[in-house]
Design a protein around this ligand. Structure first.
Ligand code: COA
Length: 372
């Protein structure tokens, strides 16, 4: 059982939608500028009571339901985020508790690239035979870290969560290959200067807005166009495939121009590239799982599709993974599914044994009847 097949998926976005026209009233910008430079039209922003944990739990419950699994079936929870509810405890434990799962849980932090890192990590636990069911969440409530007076950054980001459940399988599905990259020399092109131990919070750091995202947009743009296509090519080669065999590219949704450039570099027509940035903006570690869920819901990702997920972000980091979807089993027998999977397996074995016994008893009788 060395492959982690994606058997469940779910997503959640906050109720509140902030449009470009709303932003026009907040900073010196325009819908036209934002759409032409980024492709974004609106984004979801967390309201009262909506946190990284709450969005994650909603997305995770959907993914579990789709997988036909109970929280008790989970062996591990991984949460990719840069915006946990608290610095301590890790938000992964809050999510584990609210789901009612009884397993280990930890956070993976690699900026907007976090979900691909977490997916590759989850695959290792399954490939080693250690675990059978792993929940991987990518979630962010990044809006409190945005400087809503800075037009260079505030138009870009949004909040949301996406989740998948991986299940151990013999068939070559799930993460077939991955590439993980990091170049910390570019760290200050996208960072939050204060709040960590290097610069703890003070009145001064708050006054100077050092707890908000600071970005050198042009440098990040150049970096993204350097790594996105090459990481995707490397992952596809590692999987022993060619670009022609890829059904869909699911890139990190940071900027439509970056995505279009990467598609051109890869020689992929835009029909083979999933884009939903217009409705979500950049949701950081949540962007790829939300896009994956929408791509499945809209029929762009089908049974047995081969997709490439590729991301980049703070760190600076980048990552790509080739993922093969398996057969989409339908969630049936809702009541039956409420029983934990180990108990269901035992029940199935018992029923099978009974059927064999009954067969052995009835066969001679049937033979006698048909002889007459
Ligand atoms: N509305 C109107 N004008 C804006 C603006 C806004 N929201 N934001 C910036 N501008 C202005 C700039 O101030 C600049 O004006 P100036 O020439 O008078 O100084 C002008 O637009 C051009 O700025 P520039 O930075 O060259 O724009 P750009 O075409 O590079 O687009 C980004 C800016 C941020 C959209 C683009 O650089 C980008 O997407 N970078 C990558 C960011 C990213 O992906 N971050 C997340 C990584 S996970």
């Amino acid at each position: 059982m060395k492959y982690g097949r994606i058997v469940g998926w779910g997503k959640c976005a906050p109720h509140k939608v902030l449009t470009n026209f709303d932003l026009e009233k907040m900073v010196d910008t325009s819908d036209e500028w934002i759409v032409t430079r980024t492709g974004i039209r609106e984004r979801h922003i967390a309201g009262e009571g909506e946190t990284t944990a709450s969005l994650s739990v909603t997305a995770a419950r959907q993914a579990l339901e789709r997988a036909g699994l109970q929280p008790a079936d989970l062996d591990l929870i991984l949460v990719a985020t840069s915006s946990p509810d608290y610095l301590l405890p890790p938000v992964s434990s809050i999510i584990q508790d609210r789901l009612g799962a009884k397993c280990g849980a930890f956070m993976v932090t690699a900026g907007c690239t976090g979900f691909v890192y977490a997916l590759a990590t989850a695959q290792q636990f399954i490939a080693s035979g250690a675990y059978r069911h792993v929940l991987v969440v990518g979630a962010e409530v990044i809006s409190p870290a945005v400087d809503w007076t800075d037009r260079n950054t505030c138009v870009l980001f949004g909040d949301g969560a996406g989740a998948v459940v991986l299940k151990a399988s013999e068939e070559p599905t799930g993460v077939l290959s991955f590439v993980l990259g990091s170049d910390g020399s570019g760290a200050k092109h996208l960072w939050m200067p204060a709040g960590g131990v290097a610069r703890p919070p003070t009145h001064e750091t708050v006054d100077r807005r050092e707890h908000t995202i600071q970005m050198n947009g042009r440098e990040v743009f150049k970096f993204a166009t350097r790594v996105l296509a090459s990481a995707a090519v490397e992952a596809v080669e590692k999987a022993g495939l060619t670009m022609d065999e890829i059904d869909l590219l699911i890139p990190h949704q940071a900027n439509a121009r970056i995505i279009e450039l990467a598609a051109r570099q890869l020689g992929l027509p835009m029909e083979k590239v999933f884009v939903n940035i217009d409705r979500y903006g950049n949701t950081s570690a949540a962007s790829i799982p939300i896009a994956l869920v929408e791509a499945i819901e809209q029929g762009y990702v089908k049974e047995n599709s081969t997709v490439v997920m590729v991301g980049f972000g703070a760190g600076l980091t980048w990552a790509a993974a080739v993922v093969k979807m398996g057969v989409f089993t339908q969630p049936r027998y809702a009541l039956w599914r409420t029983i934990p999977s180990r108990a269901r397996t035992r029940a199935r074995v018992a029923v099978g044994a009974l059927q064999m016994r009954a067969g052995a008893l009835l066969l001679p009788l049937y033979a006698r009847v048909t002889k007459r």
